[in-house]
Design a protein around this ligand. Structure first.
Ligand SMILES: [Zn+2]
Length: 214
């Protein structure tokens, strides 16, 4: 069994963040020298680095991370390679559809991962030049039956956050800041990205991974 790590590291103040988002704080609460054991205090925005957004992020009364069945966060995956598109491109339904790659023998993919390549720009200005999904592309994601949309960019959209509105309203959860999606191109894989059980959480950091089927 081959596992690919799809999560970016979480540092303390060195972590790249979205404009207006606070930096994570990591502080030692105890050290082996002083207390005989070590433990840290972490203060994190729910949307820190690799994380999953759920309906409560945009919809009043929408499902929070603790109430969504775990089945939603696990599924057969497909990748759409968007690396040929120009900066800030608005991806149409046809452009997305023609790039979805899957040759599945084990079941219909329910997880669609967008490979933009923008994870390599994390922490720079270029990071925010990633392509975004147009409304028709979001509708295609919903109508095609995907339950999860993931991207290796910081977001599938930018203000006014149309993709968040359309996908979360339809119950499609959104993984942001994934990485290593190049390793999944042409592969059959099971995606796993379980959130912490944060009561009322609008999102949660995750350790996302793909299990590659041989
Ligand atoms: Zn988010």
């Amino acid at each position: 069994m081959k596992i690919v790590d799809l999560s970016m590291p979480v540092h303390g103040l060195r972590s790249p963040t979205y404009p207006g988002q606070p930096k994570p704080i990591k502080a030692a609460l105890a050290t082996i020298n002083n207390e005989g054991y070590a433990t840290n205090l972490w203060v994190l925005d729910e949307h820190t680095m690799t994380h999953v957004d759920v309906p409560a992020h945009f919809i009043t009364g929408g499902d929070s991370v603790d109430t969504i069945p775990l089945e939603r966060f696990v599924g057969w995956g497909a990748v759409a390679d968007l690396t040929d598109l120009p900066p800030k491109h608005i991806v149409s339904a046809d452009e997305l559809k023609s790039r979805v790659m899957c040759s599945y023998t084990r079941g219909k993919p329910t997880v669609l991962l967008l490979r933009t390549g923008y994870d390599r720009y994390a922490g720079t200005k270029e990071w925010f030049n990633h392509p975004v999904l147009g409304s028709d592309a979001c509708k295609y994601v919903v109508e095609a039956g995907f339950k999860v949309l993931g991207t290796d960019a910081p977001s599938p959209d930018r203000e006014p956050y149309t993709a968040h509105e359309i996908l979360l309203s339809a119950g499609v959860v959104i993984f942001e800041n994934l990485t290593n999606l190049d390793l999944l191109v042409g592969k059959e894989f099971l995606f796993v990205g379980a959130p912490l059980k944060l009561v009322g959480g609008t999102a949660s950091p995750v350790r996302a991974l793909a299990i590659i089927m041989q």
